[in-house]
Design a protein around this ligand. Sequence first.
Ligand SMILES: Nc1nc2c(ncn2[C@@H]2O[C@H](COP(=O)(O)OP(=O)(O)O)[C@@H](O)[C@H]2O)c(=O)[nH]1
Ligand SMILES: [Mg+2]
Length: 316
Amino acid sequence: MPAEPETTEKPGFWKRFSKSLESGRQAYVADLKEVFGRPALDAAFWDDLEAALIAADVGVPLTERVVQGLRREAAGAHLRSPEQALTHLKAALQKQMGSRPRALNLEGSPAVLLVVGVNGSGKTTTIGKLASLLRREGRRPLLAAADTYRAAAIEQLQLWGQRAQVEVVAHRPGSDPGAVAFDAVQAARARGADTVIIDTAGRLHTRTDLMEELKKVRRVLERLDQRSPQEVLAVLDAHIGQNSAQQVKVFQQAIGLTGLAVTKMDGSAKAGVVLSIEEDLAVPVKLVGIGEGLDDLDRFDPGQYLDALLRMEESP
Ligand SMILES: Nc1nc2c(ncn2[C@@H]2O[C@H](COP(=O)(O)OP(=O)(O)O)[C@@H](O)[C@H]2O)c(=O)[nH]1
Ligand SMILES: [Mg+2]
C-alpha cells in the first residue's frame, strides 16, 4: 500500500484563524453555548448574553447597543428564541462591520504605506508578512527601514526582506528616518517597485520626540507626492486587548490613521477586541495576523471573523 503523503496542504488563512482562536475562545464560548442553549428569552438570557460578549472583549458600549437592539426586536416579536437571537446577533455585528471601507489604498506610483505603533506590537513582522502577501498578488513591494533607533531593528527588517524576497532600503543606525523614507520612494520609482512599506520606531527618548519624528516622515512623503502616504496603518497587539486602542490614539491624533492591523490574534483570549477597537477609534481593521510565518497575515474579512468568533462547535 502506498504511504500517505507526509505533507498535506496547509489549510487556508481563515480556517487557521478559526482554529487559532480556539484556545482563547474557551472561556466565553462556554458562556455563549449556555446562553444560546436556554429555552427562553428572559431577563437572565439578556444579562448573560451581555456578560459573555463583554468577556470576549467586544466592549461595553457596542455590547449594550447591540443587545438593546436585539431586545427591541424581541419585543416586536420578530425574534422569539435564543437560537434566533444568535442569527440576529451575527447580522447586527455584520451590519456594524460592513459599513466600514477596508480595502487597502494601493493607488500611487509608488503607493506608500506608513506603518506605526508601539514597540513590540508587531510592526516589523506585519510588514514582512504584508510584503509577502502583496508579492503573491503580483505587486512589487519595497521596504524602508525608518526605525533607525536601534541597529537590531534595521537587521530584523532586512531579514524579513530576504524571507519575503523584496528589496530593503536602509541607512545607518541613528540616521534620519525622513531621509530613509525619501530614498525608499526614489528607489521605488527608479527600480519599478509599486509599493513602499515604511517601518518606523515605536519608542524614542520621549513620546513627543516619536510623534515629531513621524510627523516629519509624513511631511517628507507629502512633499514627494501630495497623495502620499496612501495608508497610515497602526499595528495593535490583540493580547493587550482594549488597552491597545488607548496606545494607538496618540498616533491617530499626531499623524492620522487610515487603517489598523491587529496582530497576535492566535490564541488571544480577546478575539472580540476587533469590534471594540473599531468602535473606539472609528478606524477600520484592514489586516489581521495570526502568527510569525510568511503567510500568517491576511486582509480582514468581517464575515469570516464573526463566524470564527461566534462559532460554538470546535472547528474541523
Ligand atoms: N504569535 C504571534 N506573534 C507575533 C505576531 N506578530 C508579531 N509577533 C511577534 O511579536 C514580537 C514583536 O514583533 P515585532 O514585529 O518585532 O514588533 P515591532 O517592535 O512593533 O516591530 C516578535 O517576537 C514577533 O515575532 C503574530 O501575529 N502572532
Ligand atoms: Mg520593529
